[in-house]
Design a protein around this ligand. Structure first.
Ligand code: 5AD
Ligand code: SF4
Length: 430
């Protein structure tokens, strides 16, 4: 089986994880439905896997099982089976915990016997990454689904309404991760700051910050509407909460934001960022942008550029609007021509690249706490993360893996930083 983050609940079926699909018994393709391009990629990957199955069979190797998981499976399961009959199993995100059972069933359907003595557990308990963290950083799902219904987006349809995982279960998983050497967790949710447990996301962050060994907390993705005062204040109060916030705005024109059903204006977003920066002045902001939403005129796009200039992003993801079947925006008039989208995307990316570059350059000469995550490309080198999520390359001994150490930044590129240990690396972790 491939895919690194898959848990060990497969083990009772006799499956382990491999690094490459070649020679695998089973490949699980985890899929994304958010834009058309991602969806189309699934079908081309499936074509390749079918070929691999044939080559593998001719060479007398194991029969390659093909499973499609994720939101494409959820949204167009029957279509997948029709377009690529080599697929053995299609399973949506709500049924991952049943995957071992479903696979066992698929084996039985082919007349194969398989010892499957796994215990039926709840989805997150069954899928907890805590069983098998692969490094010093880990993702931790705390929330799923979305009720916001942005008019361009399939998530509310594919992932359903907002649901928050009980805080006790989250804390237990976080403790288990910390005991296994994880020092940084990223709390995950499609709308993570809509977390509804006691005290909201701020309460959860504070609770997790008390866990011994867990020194860094991040969360993603957030909606501007759910950035409440307690969460903003937490950025100033909780040292473990890293000064980096992904807060998508999508567009800078109020007319477009309204048509997107974003429930905020450009102005209210900018004021929100000011408030967050007042609580944590060094916070780095990243965002998502869509260009070419239906009805977007040149002046609307200029307003997006203007907002980007006003906010100043450390990093960003920008997309051409992709028409998703069943969403309100797909039926809107005044769809924007592809060439116009291309041109706007290029202009937006040029500005965002410039800002990302400037943000990285601004770190040169600073001393930053870096969490060393893995060996670098060259011997004697380690790669770590700055508080602002930048990769940092440093000459450092392996014993510093998993440590947070002060690094003086000497060099910056578009995607990463390089620096030297302050002192001789003998410093106490900060
Ligand atoms: N077209 C383009 N981008 C989209 N996103 C979501 N739906 C679409 C779409 N139909 C982007 C948004 C969101 C990110 C996860 O994907 O920017 O924040
Ligand atoms: Fe999609 Fe995010 Fe809007 Fe929800 S808030 S509908 S996930 S873009």
């Amino acid at each position: 089986m491939t895919a690194s983050a898959w848990p060990t609940c497969w083990a009772p079926l006799g499956y382990g994880v491999t690094d490459t699909p070649e020679g695998a018994d089973l490949v699980v393709l985890n899929t994304c439905h958010i834009r058309e391009k991602a969806t189309e990629k699934v079908y081309s990957e499936l074509g390749k896997l079918r070929e691999q199955r044939e080559t593998q069979a001719e060479a007398g190797g194991p029969r390659l099982g093909i499973v499609v998981a994720g939101c494409v499976a959820q949204a167009e399961g029957e279509e997948i089976m029709r377009r690529q009959p080599a697929v053995d199993l299609v399973v949506g995100p709500q049924a991952y915990h049943q995957l071992p059972e479903l696979i066992a069933r698929a084996h039985r359907a082919r007349g194969e016997r398989l010892a499957a003595d796994f215990a039926p557990e709840e989805k997150f308990d069954a899928l907890t990454a805590a069983r098998n963290p692969t490094g010093v950083t880990a993702f931790l799902t705390v929330q799923e689904g979305c009720d916001k219904f942005c008019t361009f987006c399939v998530v509310p349809y594919t992932r359903g309404g907002e649901w928050s995982r009980p805080a006790d279960a989250i804390e237990a998983e976080a403790r288990a991760l910390a005991e296994k050497g994880v020092r940084e967790v990223t709390l995950l949710g499609q709308n993570v700051n809509a977390y509804e447990g006691q005290g909201g996301l701020a309460g959860l962050v504070k609770r997790l910050a008390r866990i011994e060994g867990l020194d860094r907390i991040r969360y993603t993705t957030s909606h501007p509407r759910d950035m409440d005062d307690a969460l903003i204040a937490a950025h100033g109060e909780v040292p473990e909460l890293m000064p980096y916030l992904h807060l998508p705005v999508q567009a800078g024109s109020d007319k477009v934001l309204k048509a997107m059903n974003r429930a905020h204006t450009a102005e209210s977003y900018v004021r929100l960022i000011e408030k967050i920066r007042a609580a944590r002045p060094d916070i780095a902001i990243s965002g998502d942008f869509i260009v070419g939403f239906p009805g977007e005129r040149d002046a609307d796009f200029e307003a997006t550029l203007q907002l980007v200039r006003e906010v100043g992003y450390a990093a960003a993801f920008s997309f051409k609007y992709s028409r998703r079947p069943g969403t309100p925006a797909s039926a809107m008039p005044a769809q924007v021509a592809e060439e116009v989208k291309d041109e706007r995307l290029a202009r937006l990316n040029a500005l965002l690249d410039e800002q990302a570059r400037a943000f990285n350059d601004a770190q040169v000469g600073r001393e930053l706490p870096v969490l060393f995550e893995k060996p670098g490309r060259h011997p004697g080198q380690l790669v770590g993360r700055s508080p602002y999520l930048q990769g940092v390359h440093v000459s450092a001994p392996d014993r510093l893996l998993g440590q947070i150490v002060t690094v003086k930044i000497g060099d910056a590129s578009r995607n990463s930083l390089a620096g030297t240990l302050v002192g001789s690396g003998e410093l106490e972790p900060v």
